[in-house]
Structures are given as structure tokens and as C-alpha cells.
Design a protein around this ligand. Structure first.
Ligand SMILES: Cc1cc2nc3c(=O)[nH]c(=O)nc-3n(C[C@H](O)[C@H](O)[C@H](O)COP(=O)(O)OP(=O)(O)OC[C@H]3O[C@@H](n4cnc5c(N)ncnc54)[C@H](O)[C@@H]3O)c2cc1C
Length: 457
């Protein structure tokens, strides 16, 4: 079922005359399964006796997207054509900008279906396309469990205000999406793909992108890989999530964030799989859904309603005021952005976290909190800390440049939080000290990072 609230018309153009297909311009939802935009395109095509064509254009040279990100994305993209072909759906991938690609194929479309992202550049691409498209453009929101404006019509201040609203809606949105039968095959449509996905490492090496942030061995992109990892996780590690999710060495984390970030797995399918998993108890399932649905979609809410989400001024006024009042406090240690990036602090646990991020593209949530809070404490100013944390986050994490990236960096500066007892440097913003490293086997974590970093060499 595709809920009506996921679907909206985003331009005024009429339907295309003498069309050859219904076009799905793939953006964020980079998957051939459990994709409401794709299934909507199939429904619309069937009712017009037309085939479906899916197109993707690569935003080569896009700021902050480096070889690591492209590698993960393109590994996923390489699976999509063959999977769609099996269903009789056409797929073209072009080494050309996204809007140019969509306009090229929109010329022969009855209508264009696209998906939805809350990130500003993606919204701008879509607005630009919708204004120039020769036919009607429909948007289908499929990378959240509950559509952002349905979950809440306003900018939420904290998880506690958002939780009851979104949880009330879950019975209507946590439902499986059936695959529609494709009634008109696209096999006769010409394929003029120019993006050669047969050798992803070679393609990545040829791209105009920062090649110094290398692809990692630890994670491979794609829906098949996401589903295989999820099966192993549900069988072995979900049990214990509630008790172990705060301990990096407990093995309780699912590592689904890179796949969610690139739309390679559907959050609805993931939530349903967790709900139905044989391993784990009600507490584990509830704790997982709290992170996947409440926290993740609170981040979407923040990006939707806060236009300055990537700027320090997106931190709440009370937090900026208290950080400003403590601007001149002596820092116990002071590091430049470059020292942070190289992991050259006096703290071996912090350095290990930076190594995990830089060398493997991932970090456990507890260490992300510690890592970020220490950047606040050890930087010359809150503005410099914001810029350092956000830049490193988006450069090295495979799941960087996500709604979660901007919102969680915001959390380091009081977003979605409340004032705490005053501390040097932090003022009333929540601090994090060495005590948080005593709650788990921090030396074991350092050893594990050494092993992971070695495996990347
Ligand atoms: C400073 C800082 C920076 C962060 N940067 C990012 C980022 O760039 N990209 C990103 O996706 N997440 C980010 N997070 C949120 C969180 O740390 C990651 O989503 C999580 O660690 C991903 O690992 P996992 O999939 O194994 O999580 P699991 O524990 O298995 O959780 C399952 C899913 O729930 C969601 N989730 C878990 N924790 C959070 C959280 N705190 N907030 C929102 N959603 C959550 C994620 O979608 C995650 O994949 C950041 C957190 C902090 C404190």
C-alpha cells in the first residue's frame, strides 16, 4: 500500500502527449525493492498501458562527495539495472548531471515520478527540474516511515515532543509494500546508458572527486549486501540491543546507517523486519525502533523545518548564548582542525575513534558522541568546533551528509537537548567526560580499531 500522504504533485505541467513510458527519476531511493516511488511509477504506467523507464544521472564533482562515497553508491547502483530488467523495467544510468539526465528522458514521458530527500542540494535539483519539465512531476516520499509533514507540521524541539506524534501514526505506515505486476515490458526501449557500472573501482578512480578519501573494505554497498547483513544481525545481535546499544564493543549495532543513507534499504522494510525478528525481546525491538524511527525521523523534521541546518546558528539560542559566555574559558587542551583530523590529541580513545572514522568510514554512536563533545571542548571557539565536526563527519563517514549528520552535530551544541549544570567551556550545554569511557571496555575498543584499520591497509 502506498499511503496518499507520501504522494504529491510538484509542478503544474500537463501530462506528456504521445508518451513512450512513465519515467522514474531515481534520486535518494536507490533500490529496486520496497521502493514506493518505483511501485507508484509501475501503477501509473500500467493504467496508461505504458512501460516504466528508470533513469539516474551522476552528480560528478559534487562538493564533499569523495571516492569513498561514490564507491558505496555505485556498488549499489550496479545491482539496480539487472534487478529492474528482470521485472521488465528499463534502466539508464548516465555520466551526466542529474537534472540534465531527467530532462533528456522526460521529453518522452507521460509523467515523471521522483523520490524525496530533505537535503538542500537534492531539493534544489528537484525544484529546478520541476520548473523545466515538459510534463507532470509527482514526488513519492519513501525514505521515512512516516512522511515528514504528516509526522509533524512544525519544527520539533526534542524527541519527547515528537515521539508521541510519530508513534501514534505507526500502525498506518508500518505496512508492507507489495510489488506490482509490470504489465508492459520496457525491453524494446533503447538503452543509451553512458555510466559503465561493470567495473566500479575503475569507474570511481576515473571520477572528478576527492580520491584521497579511499573506499573501504569494511562495508560494501548495495541492497543485497544490506539484506544479507540485516539477516545476520537479526539472527545474532538484535537480542541484547536494549542493554548493549550504548557499548561500542557489545556488537549490538546493526551498521544499517550507510545503507539507509543511500536509500539502499527501505526504513519501512527494516522496521518491519525488526518487528518480526525471532531474536530479541520486546525491549530490544522497541529500543531499535526508537533509534530508527523516532531519532532518525526527528532529524528529517529538523532539516525540513530549519533552513540553516548546516550552519552554527541552527543550534538553539540558549545554547549559543551559554557557549558564547564561556568563549574565553581556558581549554584543557587546544587543537587545530588538522590535528583533530590526524588523530593527534593526548587522548588515545579519542584518537582511536578518529582512526575508525578516517580509515573505515564508520563509528559507533557512543564514540560519535564522545568524539564530537571533545571537539567542542578542545577547539578555539564554538564556531570552529562546529565547522571541524561537520567537515570531518561528512568527509569520512559513509553515512555522512545525511539528515542525521547535521542534526547530530547540532546535538553536540544543544539541539534537541536541555540545559545542564554549568561546566567550563560548555556552559550549560551537555558535556561528556572520561567517565563515559568507563561504561564499556575502552581499551578493547582501541584494540578493535587497530585491527580494523590494519585490515584496510
Ligand atoms: C556526533 C554524531 C554524528 C553523527 N553522524 C551521523 C551521520 O553522519 N550519519 C548517520 O546516519 N548517523 C549519524 N549519527 C547518528 C548515529 O550515531 C548513527 O546513525 C549510528 O551510529 C549508525 O550506526 P548503526 O546503523 O549501526 O546504528 P544502530 O544502533 O544499529 O541503529 C539503527 C538505526 O537507527 C538510526 N539511529 C541510531 N542512532 C541514532 C541517532 N543517535 N540519531 C538518529 N538516528 C539514529 C540510524 O538510522 C541507524 O542506522 C551521529 C551521531 C552523533 C552523536
Amino acid at each position: 500500500m502506498i499511503q496518499q500522504t507520501r504522494i504529491r504533485t510538484i509542478n503544474q505541467a500537463p501530462e506528456g502527449q504521445a508518451p513512450s513510458y512513465v519515467l522514474y527519476w531515481m534520486g535518494l531511493s536507490q533500490r529496486a525493492r520496497c521502493n514506493p516511488a518505483l511501485e507508484y511509477a509501475v501503477e501509473e504506467a500500467n493504467s496508461r498501458h505504458l512501460p516504466v523507464l528508470v533513469c539516474y544521472g551522476i552528480a560528478e564533482g559534487f562538493p564533499e562527495v569523495n571516492a569513498r562515497h561514490w564507491s558505496f553508491l555505485l556498488e549499489g547502483m550496479a545491482e539496480i539495472g539487472p534487478a529492474l530488467e528482470k521485472r521488465g523495467i528499463g534502466f539508464v544510468a548516465r555520466r551526466a548531471p542529474p537534472v540534465e539526465t531527467a530532462l533528456r528522458y522526460a521529453a518522452k514521458a507521460a509523467l515523471v515520478v521522483c523520490d524525496r530527500s530533505e537535503l538542500r542540494p537534492a531539493r534544489q535539483f528537484q525544484a529546478d527540474f520541476a520548473a523545466r519539465a515538459p510534463c507532470r512531476v509527482m514526488q513519492v516520499e519513501g525514505d521515512v516511515v512516516v512522511p515528514v509533514q504528516t509526522a509533524s507540521p512544525k519544527h520539533e524541539i526534542a524527541a519527547r515532543t515528537f515521539r508521541p506524534k510519530i508513534n501514534r501514526l505507526l500502525p498506518d505506515y508500518l505496512v508492507p509494500l507489495e510489488e506490482r505486476e509490470v504489465r508492459h515490458s520496457a525491453h524494446h526501449l533503447p538503452n543509451d546508458s553512458t555510466l559503465d557500472l561493470s567495473d566500479v573501482p575503475r569507474l570511481v578512480a576515473s571520477l572528478k572527486a576527492d580520491q584521497s578519501v579511499r573506499p573501504v573494505r569494511r562495508f560494501r554497498g548495495g541492497t543485497m549486501e544490506a539484506e544479507a547483513q540485516l539477516r545476520t544481525y537479526l539472527d545474532n545481535s538484535l537480542a541484547g540491543y536494549a542493554a548493549g546499544r550504548g557499548r561500542p564493543e557489545a556488537g549490538a549495532a546493526s551498521h544499517m546507517s550507510p545503507y539507509l543513507h543511500f536509500g539502499q534499504i527501505s526504513p519501512v522494510a527494516l522496521a518491519l523486519a525488526v518487528q518480526q525478528a525471532p531474536g530479541g525481546d520486546a525491549e530490544d525491538r522497541a529500543a531499535y525502533l526508537e533509534e530508527l524511527v523516532v531519532r532518525r525521523e526527528l532529524a528529517m523534521n529538523h532539516l525540513h523545518y530549519e533552513p540553516r541546518y548546516d550552519d552554527y546558528t541552527a543550534a538553539p539560542a540558549w545554547a549559543r548564548k551559554t557557549l558564547d559566555a564561556h568563549r574565553s574559558d581556558p581549554r584543557p587542551f587546544l587543537y587545530t582542525p588538522e590535528q583533530f583530523e590526524q588523530g593527534l590529541t593526548q587522548d588515545r580513545y579519542w584518537n582511536a575513534a578518529m582512526t575508525e572514522m578516517r580509515e573505515t568510514g564508520y563509528m559507533h554512536n557512543h564514540m560519535r558522541m564522545y568524539w564530537g563533545k571533545k571537539i567542542v571542548e578542545w577547539s578555539a571557539s564554538p564556531e570552529e568546533a562546529w565547522n571541524t565536526a561537520l567537515r570531518l563527519n561528512n568527509r569520512y563517514f559513509i553515512d555522512g551528509r545525511d539528515a542525521n549528520s547535521f542534526t547530530n552535530v547540532g546535538w553536540l551544541f544543544g539541539l534537541h537537548d536541555r540545559p545542564w549544570g554549568p561546566r567550563p567551556v560548555y556552559g550549560n550545554v551537555r558535556s561528556m567526560g572520561q567517565a563515559s569511557l568507563k561504561k564499556f571496555d575502552a581499551d578493547g575498543y582501541v584494540r578493535e580499531v587497530e585491527r580494523l584499520a590494519q585490515a584496510e591497509q
